[in-house]
Write a new protein. Sequence first.
Lengths: 611, 351
Amino acid sequence: MPLTAVNDFVIRFANVNGSGSASANEMFARAIMRMGIPMSPRNVFPSNIQGLPTWYEIRVTEAGHLGARGGTDFMVAMNPQTFNADVASIEPDGYLVYDSTRAMPPGKMRTDINVIGLPLTAICNKEYTDPRQRQLFKNIICIGALSALLDMDFAELEKLVGEQYKGKEKLIAPNVHALHLGREYAQANFSCPLGLRLKRSDKVGDRILIEGNAAAALGAVYGGATVCAWYPITPSSSVAEGFTRYCKKFRHDPDSGQARYAIVQAEDEIASIGMVIGASWNGARAFTATSGPGISLMQEFLGFAYFAEIPAVIIDVQRAGPSTGMPTRTQQCDLINCAYASHGDTKHVLLLPEDAAEAFDFTASSFDYADRLQTPVFVMLDLDIGMNHRLCRPLKWDDTKTYDRGKVLSAEDLDKVKDFGRYTDVDGDAIPYRTYPGTHPTKGTFFTRGTSHDGRAKYSENGAIYVEGMQRLLRKQDTAKELLPKPLRTNADKPTRFGVIYYGSTAPAMDEAAEMLASRGHTLNLMRVRAFPFHQDVASFIADHDFVFVVEQNRDAQLRSLIVNELDIDPVRLVPILHYDGTSITARFISGTIGDRLDALKVTPLRKAMS
Amino acid sequence: MTYLAKPKFHHPSLPKNAIGFTRRDYEASTSTLCAGCGHDSISAAIIEAAFELSIEPHRVAKISGIGCSSKTPDYFLGASHGFNSVHGRMPSVLTGANLANRDLIYLGVSGDGDSASIGFGQFAHALRRGVNMVYIVENNGVYGLTKGQFSATADRGSKSKKGVFNTDNSIDLVSIALQLGATFVARSFSGDKSQLVPLIKAAIQHRGAAFIDVISPCIAFNNHAGSTKSLEYVRAHNEAVNALDVMIGRDPITVNYAPGKVVSVTQHDGTVLNLRKINDEYDPGDRLAAMNFLQKHAALGQIVTGLLYVDSEADDLHSNFNTVSTPLNQLDTAALCPGSVTLETINDSLR
Ligand SMILES: Cc1ncc(C[n+]2csc(CCOP(=O)(O)OP(=O)(O)O)c2C)c(N)n1
Ligand code: SF4
Ligand SMILES: [Mg+2]
């Protein structure tokens, strides 16, 4: 029996990188969204530009599960190089679409799947003479055929073509024609639709489809960043590129046309963070975007900014390490490297957004946090959030909000204050006052240094003064805990001894896994951690449960280590659930692993065991 | 070390500059460098230049790396904000600071270890970007602060205090600055105040990347026979190409009695640099000739000093970026935030 499902399946396109398939695939995904059906697309791509395999996966999910599901129900296998493996990965009773112009590549065809041959090359060669057109339209023809096979609303595709070629109207008709070629071939040769199909729905609501990196870039524009210094690295480059694009649109003086921003592609990540620190010291909001290797290079400067108390925003789009690792695969593996970046005793602020919408919010507010706390702030994205389009709530901005530039003394302030000490804790919140260079002719200057300094910024090797400074930096973290986004707790309907802590891009898979586990009879309370240093609620949550699963996407249970270290929790109570093969974590994995543990453990409740 | 504290008392007869400041107003904490260190002479020249130019000290940001040389910003312009950054990274911090506020004067101070070794990349890239700054390398051919190891500017064949011969080729920062497109390139000697002060003044007036390599003997580790950065060696091998007068204002009164031997260069701000040519064929407007000249004299074992190259029409990073004239650090929420209506339009385009 061929698979049947409405609005609930995974379709995967296996392509050759650089063949122009990306925009066609994206159009197909958008058409599903326009039909009101939630869907979640993911790119799987190698770190080469051309000639290597890429996959584009769309999870169609009426239920709105936006995490990766795993498995493929419908494979569009256009890459001869990966053909056999692609065929092997199809779920039993699933579907295979391939280009039947040439004979099937050698190898025994599975008999438990449904094979659909579309002579795409033949159709193209008949229709077009230009080799480039043949290549590009092949992708469009394929989408046209799928629209019939899966019962897609064809009008949505036509509309999208119109939008895509707005301003280049000449290209609309040929593209629509190509869509028709495919659609008509499928209708004439197969009984359409198949068992897997799309049906108009209303579950998308007002949600938008955006990549996390673009959302973070927009957050930087809204958050008032004027200086961006960066060095290209996958998967972060599109943050700086997005910032450039949005600045060109929104940040030019309407009269003079001049730029209200400066973007430097620096010589390396050390220079990038140096520029960010220099600009922030001088009162501009500045950020850099990078990935793990860049964070490694920035270490010395990060300790400097921590110790000299200079704001800085670092957007880290994490990828699988160590070293070059798997540069185009996702992980949450830089937590410890960022939280404790640099030599000596340091501790940094991390923000852990779950999706693009939070990437926008957190990036915009990261500048307020950095200015308020006078310290580096890391926005921890990952490849899964950063480089994939994700359905999320619309971006919101409150026009009554003005930027919080923190404790900065103006010339008038300086005339009023009796005494200025750059590192003196006047207000008891461990945050001192600062001045921008050039503010006042005679007051408020100070010397910024990475060497030990007293309350007036004077060099000092006095142990007591050093300790006092280090203690104040620690107290500043307490101020931070209240300022940063609080962890979000979701309690199950029934009381339970088990909890789960998770963060970042694990969120959609975790939410889905909780439902799956509930249907297996396992109830769990959930806590999504959104910032480091941890809010008191994290400790309370752990105290409320006998065992807490900590779900994350790295080998060494980095968030769990931070919890054990910072909150003095007995590690036995924190059960690591780790997924780190570079693919996005799935609900199947989480519910399987946690479910098996709960089934097998049959743990004696801790309270009983101890009594 | 100099232990004598400076008296705070200002003598009423101390000479004042155009804005009513005395030299004292440009001084700062007492130096903790070795007595006689060339770096202290450079600090004195910076103080003199700022005084003579009547610069408001708080409009200067002084930024350095790590080293004895990089400590010096603590010892001049005490009323300016200072930034003692990390080893070799002054240029990036200065670049960022400059982007944030184009209206201040940026004075970058570095050493030869700081700029020619660990920070060689940042040195190069700040110059090629045309950051509007004065970049001074206090060049002693050694790592002073870490006690006398060779730096990359030490000449091949020179001998360290411990008797070790340097077998590596040396880096000539001036030649490299020229090659990278710095628009003001000079070399001087810490002991030659009459040459150094006008050069610093001219560099401050220059809009663009101004680089000055100042040979500055380290009396602790590099002032012995066999060192090519020693006082004696430099004095004996100095080949000055020109002497410089900086005239401020639109209508400079040029007083010079040797016509035909003066080249006047007018900078953006109206400053006129009058070069009294000591060397007849030397033209500081010709970059290629400057490079040749340097190489030719280096081969003869001569250290060329003076203003080697200046492009009076230079552009800086801000003009390349076409940034607004208001410093970026003064733009407020209204100027920077596109607002909720725009965000709604963006949301609509993403559905
Ligand atoms: C990352 C790093 N590595 C090494 C050092 C140690 N260090 C301090 S100063 C210095 C050399 C300074 O030489 P130079 O720039 O020529 O300055 P000088 O003391 O000669 O004026 C070194 C290697 C450091 N501070 N940081
Ligand atoms: S060690 Fe050399 S460079 Fe350092 S202060 Fe002494 S003389 Fe100057
Ligand atoms: Mg040195």
